[in-house]
Design a protein around this ligand. Structure first.
Ligand SMILES: CC(C)(COP(=O)(O)OP(=O)(O)OC[C@H]1O[C@@H](n2cnc3c(N)ncnc32)[C@H](O)[C@@H]1OP(=O)(O)O)[C@@H](O)C(=O)NCCC(=O)NCCS
Length: 198
């Protein structure tokens, strides 16, 4: 049987860059000034570090300045404690024409006990910009492993589902008349005051 990927093999002259070329890891110690009032690390600190590593990874692949356009899958599964070492592992999962999706896995390690916890995996969509701030084409992605190919395919699916969701939600919003839907609030934990419907 022919290799299923043989018809999309990289040609020698292609400017495709392998996933491994831009793979980036950022490790940072969680210091006391990162803590919230509960003594754990602020979610915003982690988001900022994720944005930083996403930029480094995307800019390395694109070879140009990149901006963050959207973020998927930010669900913090476990809290991060002050004193833990947080590592953010980023790689380009997908490229479009001017956009790239950077997947970031975040782990937190307690160096005393050696315990490692996976706090979240998120996906940052970045767009490459030229010197006039216009979106500019990024190099194709060379998928070297089955894992690279799986992530690219998953990203395509996520993009399709996101577009479907946006379309359905926009349609639902335009059809949602306040007067016809107020009864849906009956079993929710809210109370209606006099509505100002200006
Ligand atoms: C993102 C931005 C460049 C899109 O500009 P635009 O004129 O709509 O450009 P395009 O329609 O050509 O889109 C460019 C790419 O962005 C992608 N894109 C645009 N909006 C998107 C969104 N909400 N989510 C995911 N991708 C998006 C498009 O699919 C396209 O990708 P492709 O070239 O790989 O197919 C523009 O909205 C922008 O500059 N936003 C501000 C980003 C920023 O400053 N971020 C930092 C926040 S402080």
């Amino acid at each position: 049987m022919a290799n299923p990927g043989s018809d999309i093999m990289a040609n020698p002259g292609s400017d495709a860059k392998p996933v491994s070329y831009s793979r980036t890891t950022l490790t940072e110690l969680m210091i006391p000034s990162y803590a919230n009032f509960g003594g754990r690390v602020h979610g915003g600190i982690l988001l900022s570090l994720m944005d930083k590593v996403a930029y480094a990874c995307a800019a390395k692949h694109a070879g140009t300045y990149c901006v963050t356009v959207s973020v998927d899958g930010v669900n913090f599964r476990q809290p991060v404690e002050v004193g833990e070492l947080v590592s953010l592992m980023a790689s380009v999962n997908y490229v479009g024409r001017t956009s790239l999706v950077v997947g970031i896995k975040v782990i937190a390690e307690n160096v005393k006990t050696g315990t490692v916890k996976h706090t979240n995996t998120s996906y940052f969509t970045m767009v490459a910009k030229d010197e006039n701030e216009k979106p500019t084409e990024v190099p194709p992605l060379l998928l070297e492993t089955a894992e690279d190919a799986r992530r690219f395919l998953e990203s395509m699916k996520r993009k399709e589902l996101r577009a479907n969701f946006a379309e359905h939600f926009d349609n639902a919003k335009t059809r949602m008349l306040l007067s016809e839907n107020l009864h849906l609030l009956a079993n929710e934990r809210c109370m209606l005051n006099r509505l100002n419907q200006d």
